[in-house]
Design a protein around this ligand. Structure first.
Ligand code: C5P
Length: 243
């Protein structure tokens, strides 16, 4: 079963997706880490990230792997390095590069094949896994997202003001929404999950419940002796498309 979680920066996707995967006993894929790893590789190798062809070539050469919770770039652990502010600034060049996106999508398909998995990013439920059995669109207000991002930066000893974080976030939202290939948008069959005022545990509880209902639905729909599904509407159809 493939569970996709998409949403804007700072909505809490990584934290929620990792915890949800753990709760369900599913594997977990952080696709943003892949875009960040390409940006880091460009920086390390002196590749001009403003040159689309050079970046596309680089994406085909490098090896990105996930080992437990660690991200490996050509065998080296880059889990912390890819979160650096400089990498965040380079990553939009990577994300806007159609050839790089195609390469990373190929790797994402390979990684998820035959697995029960929670995969998170911007385009997972739309472009990468349009056939996913359970799609979630995680949101939070701009202020809440900026506050979370600021707390994260401060925890890492980086200094910024809420206004700076809000401005940077607005730019990223704009970039994510306007990308011609792989832009951030809610899939029509995705369940919207607003997270303002909820703890991580509360969000994960609701999403785990949603996935389990979806699993039951799948079992029932493939069972010849069960009546046709009637609770389908409260999962991801019609007007009740929110958790
Ligand atoms: O989620 P995270 O902030 O780590 O993503 C890093 C960057 O990669 C973001 O700028 C985002 O726009 C981009 N991204 C993307 N498609 C994905 C995941 C992330 O374009 N599936």
């Amino acid at each position: 079963m493939i569970v996709t979680i998409d949403g804007p920066a700072g909505a809490g996707k990584s934290t929620v997706a990792r915890a949800l995967a753990q709760r369900l006993g599913f594997a977990y894929l952080d696709t943003g880490a892949m875009y960040r790893a390409v940006a880091l590789a460009a920086l390390q190798r002196g590749v001009d990230w403003t040159q689309p062809d050079a970046l596309a070539q680089l994406a085909r050469q490098i090896q990105i792997e996930f080992q437990n919770d660690r991200v490996l770039l050509d065998g080296a652990d880059v889990t912390e390095a890819i979160r650096d502010w400089k990498i965040t600034q380079i990553t939009p060049y990577v994300a806007d590069n159609v050839e790089v996106r195609k390469r990373l999508i190929e790797l994402q398909h390979r990684f998820c094949q035959g697995r029960n998995i929670v995969t998170e990013g911007r385009d997972q439920g739309t472009l990468v896994f349009p056939e996913a059995e359970c799609k979630i669109f995680l949101t939070a207000s701009a202020e809440e997202r900026a506050r979370r991002r600021l707390a994260e930066l401060q925890a890492r000893g980086e200094s910024a003001t809420l206004e700076e974080v809000l401005a940077a976030q607005q730019r990223r939202d704009q970039e994510d929404a306007s990308r011609p290939f792989g832009r951030l948008t809610r899939a029509p069959d995705a369940v919207e999950a607003p997270t303002d005022g909820l703890s991580i545990t509360e969000v994960v509880d609701r999403l785990a419940d949603l996935v389990r209902r979806r699993q039951q639905e799948m079992v029932r729909s493939s069972c010849p002796c069960c009546p046709p599904e009637s609770s389908h509407a409260d999962i991801n159809h019609g007007n009740t498309s929110k958790i």
